[in-house]
Ligand binder design. Structure first.
Ligand SMILES: Cc1cc2nc3c(=O)[nH]c(=O)nc-3n(C[C@H](O)[C@H](O)[C@H](O)COP(=O)(O)OP(=O)(O)OC[C@H]3O[C@@H](n4cnc5c(N)ncnc54)[C@H](O)[C@@H]3O)c2cc1C
Ligand code: SF4
Length: 531
C-alpha cells in the first residue's frame, strides 16, 4: 500500500488550473499537472482498502489502489501496464471523466477528501507517452475473420483496438472527417487537445485497424455490403438525436442545437491549430457567439462547453439556464449517501470563467415560455418564468421575465441514436429508442453487436470505453464459435454436442468478462509495460 497513515499526514491536492481570466483568451488545455514528487505523495494517501470501493465506482474496474501504490514507489512503467490492463485510453478518462471512483473512495466518507485518482491516472499515461512506453501492439496472428465497427467514438475505438489485437481484420467506419466521436467534435480543445486523440487514432492504424473517415454507413456503404464483407458488425454510432424545445418562436434564426455550434467550433479550432482531418470537412452555416448575448438552455456538460466556447469567441454575455431546481451544495446523504455518486451542485469550469470575467451567470428552475424576434426575424429575446420544482416543471404564473438573446443554444440532452441505420439493419430498440440486446452487447440480428451511447443512451466516456471492450469480447467469442472453437472455461461447463453453441456468454448464460481471460491481471515486479 501507499504510506502507512499517509492520508492522515498528507492533504488532498487536486490538479491546478490556469487562471480563468487568462485561459479564455485561447483554446489550450486549462488543467495543469503536478510534479512527479507531489503525485507520489498523493498516491501515498491511498489506504489500499481491503474492499476497494473505488474499483466498483469506476465503470472500467480500474485497479486504482495498485497504480496509486506503484506511483508512490516511483514504478511508473509498471503503473501504466496496470492501467492499460483495464483502460485503452486513460488520457481521455484522466482528463474528462467526472471520476465516480473518487466519489466512492473510502476517504470520501469525509466529503472532499478522496484520493486524487483521476489526476494520478492522467499523470501515469502522460508520463508513459513521454517516455515512449506506449507503442502499437499489432496481433501476433491473423484470425482470418473481419469485423466492421461503425462509429469511431471512444466505444468504437476501444472495440476496434481490442478486436484488432485479438487478430481480426477491423475496418472502422466514421461519418465525420476525423475519428474520435464526441471527444473530437463535442468536447472542446481546452478540455482535451485533439492531437492527443489523433495520437491514439494513429496507434490504432499502426496496429492494423483500417480507418475509413467520411463514410456514412447506411448511405455510402449499404447494409448488404456490410453483411457480405464482414463476419460481424459493431454499432457504436452514439446517441445523437437532440432533445428539442417546442416553444413558440423556436423556428427563428439564431436558435441552434448545441452540437451544431460545438461541431463548428471544434472544426474552426482544428483548422487553426490542427491536427488536419483525414477526409474533407463539410462546409456548414456559420454560428457565432462573438459580440452577442448568448443563452444556453440546459445546465449539463454540453451546456458548459457551449458557455466556454462562447466566452472564447468574445460573447457580450452568457447565461446558462436549467429547468430543474439547483442541487444542494453538499452530498445529500439522505438521497445519495457515500459511496453513491452524489447529486450535488458542482461549479463548472465554464461558469467559473463566466463569473471571473464578469460576463455570465447560471440560473436554475427556469422555464422558457417563448422566443421573440427582431425586425429581421432573428431571435432577440427569451421569455422565461420560474419553473415549479417537480414534474412537469411548469411555469409559475406571475414570475415571468425576459432575457436579451441574439444566440440561443439548446443543450437539453439527447433522446436516442439516429434510427435510420438501425432500421436498415432491423435491430430491435428499447422503449427509449436505444439498441436493445438479447445477450450481452448482442443485438436481435445475428452477427450485429452494439456498444456505447447507441446501446445505453448518452452517457460518459468511461462507460463508452468499457462497453467497447466488453462488446469486443463478445464479438471475439462469437467469431470463435463460427470457427467451432470454444474457450476452455466454457467447455468445462457445457456438454459438447455437435452443432451446440459452446460459449456460455453466447448462449446468454454468462457475462462478457467471464471466460479464460477473466478479469485484468495484477502486475508483478518485472512485468514490462504494454499498451
Ligand atoms: C458536448 C459534450 C461534452 C461531453 N463531455 C464529456 C466529458 O467531459 N466527460 C465524459 O465522460 N463524457 C462527456 N460527454 C459524453 C461522451 O462524449 C459520450 O458519452 C461518448 O463520446 C460516447 O461514445 P460513443 O463512442 O458511444 O459515441 P460517440 O462519441 O457519439 O461516437 C459515435 C460516432 O459514430 C459516428 N457515426 C454515427 N452514425 C454513423 C454512420 N451511420 N456511419 C459512420 N459513422 C457514424 C459519429 O459520427 C460518431 O463519430 C460529452 C458529450 C457531449 C455531447
Ligand atoms: S476512469 Fe474515471 S472512474 Fe475510472 S479511475 Fe479513471 S477517473 Fe476514476
Amino acid at each position: 500500500m501507499g504510506e502507512l497513515g499517509g492520508f492522515l499526514k498528507i492533504h488532498r491536492g487536486g490538479p491546478g488550473q490556469r487562471d480563468p481570466r487568462e485561459r479564455v483568451g485561447d483554446y489550450r488545455e486549462f488543467t495543469l499537472s503536478r510534479p512527479a514528487g507531489e503525485l507520489a505523495q498523493q498516491g501515498a494517501r491511498c489506504m489500499e482498502c481491503g474492499v476497494p470501493f473505488c474499483h466498483n465506482g469506476c465503470p472500467l474496474g480500474n485497479l486504482i489502489p495498485d497504480w496509486n501504490d506503484l506511483v508512490f514507489r516511483d514504478r511508473w512503467e509498471d503503473a501504466i501496464a496496470q492501467l492499460h490492463a483495464t483502460n485503452n485510453f486513460p488520457e481521455l478518462t484522466g482528463r474528462l471523466c467526472p471520476a465516480p471512483c473518487e466519489a466512492s473512495c473510502v476517504l470520501e466518507i469525509r466529503e472532499g477528501d478522496a484520493v486524487t485518482i483521476k489526476q494520478i491516472e492522467n499523470a501515469i499515461i502522460n508520463r508513459a507517452w513521454d517516455e515512449g512506453w506506449v507503442t502499437p501492439q499489432p496481433p501476433r496472428r491473423e484470425s482470418g475473420r473481419a469485423v466492421a465497427v461503425v462509429g469511431s467514438g471512444p466505444s468504437g475505438m476501444a472495440a476496434a483496438q481490442q478486436l484488432r489485437r485479438a487478430g481480426h481484420r477491423v475496418v472502422l467506419f466514421e461519418r465525420d472527417e476525423a475519428a474520435g466521436g464526441l471527444v473530437r467534435f463535442g468536447v472542446p480543445d481546452f478540455k482535451i487537445e485533439k492531437w492527443l486523440v489523433q495520437r491514439r487514432v494513429d496507434q490504432l492504424t499502426q496496429e492494423g485497424v483500417e480507418l475509413r473517415c467520411g463514410v456514412d454507413v447506411g448511405r455510402d456503404v449499404s447494409v448488404e455490403q456490410l453483411r457480405a464483407q464482414f463476419d460481424a458488425v459493431v454499432l457504436a454510432t452514439g446517441s445523437r438525436v437532440p432533445r428539442d424545445l417546442p416553444a413558440p418562436g423556436r423556428e427563428l434564426t439564431g436558435i441552434h442545437f448545441a452540437m451544431d455550434y460545438l461541431y463548428q467550433r471544434n472544426r474552426w479550432v482544428a483548422a487553426e491549430l490542427g491536427p488536419a482531418p483525414d477526409a474533407p470537412a463539410p462546409v456548414a452555416v456559420p454560428i457565432t457567439a462573438a459580440g452577442k448575448d448568448v443563452v444556453v438552455i440546459g445546465g449539463g456538460d454540453t451546456g458548459a462547453d457551449c458557455v466556454g466556447n462562447s466566452l472564447r469567441e468574445g460573447a457580450r454575455s452568457v447565461t446558462q439556464l436549467e429547468l430543474l431546481p439547483e442541487p444542494p451544495p453538499r452530498r445529500p446523504d439522505d438521497r445519495t449517501p457515500w459511496p453513491l455518486w452524489p447529486t450535488k451542485y458542482r461549479l463548472s469550469y465554464a461558469m467559473e470563467e463566466a463569473r471571473q470575467t464578469g460576463r455570465g451567470e447560471q440560473d436554475y428552475s427556469v422555464a422558457t415560455t417563448h422566443f421573440s424576434a427582431d425586425q429581421n426575424g432573428c431571435v432577440a429575446a427569451l421569455h422565461i418564468a420560474r419553473a415549479q420544482d417537480a414534474p412537469p416543471f411548469a411555469p409559475v404564473p406571475g414570475t415571468e421575465g425576459e432575457l436579451p438573446a441574439q444566440l440561443v443554444l439548446l443543450a437539453m440532452g439527447f433522446l436516442h441514436p439516429e434510427q435510420d441505420l438501425l432500421d436498415q439493419l432491423g435491430v430491435q430498440r428499447d422503449a427509449r429508442g436505444n439498441v436493445s440486446v438479447v445477450r450481452p452487447y448482442t443485438t436481435s440480428e445475428p452477427g450485429v453487436f452494439a456498444a456505447g451511447d447507441a446501446r445505453r443512451g448518452q452517457s460518459l466516456i468511461v462507460w463508452a470505453i468499457n462497453e467497447g471492450r466488453q462488446c469486443a469480447r463478445m464479438v471475439d467469442r462469437f467469431l470463435s464459435e463460427l470457427d467451432g472453437g470454444s474457450s476452455a472455461a466454457d467447455q468445462a461447463t457445457a456438454p459438447a454436442h455437435p452443432g451446440q453453441v459452446h460459449d456460455a456468454a453466447i448462449r446468454g448464460e454468462a457475462d462478457a468478462d467471464e471466460g479464460p481471460e477473466g478479469p485484468p491481471q495484477h502486475v508483478g515486479p518485472g512485468v514490462s509495460a504494454s499498451s
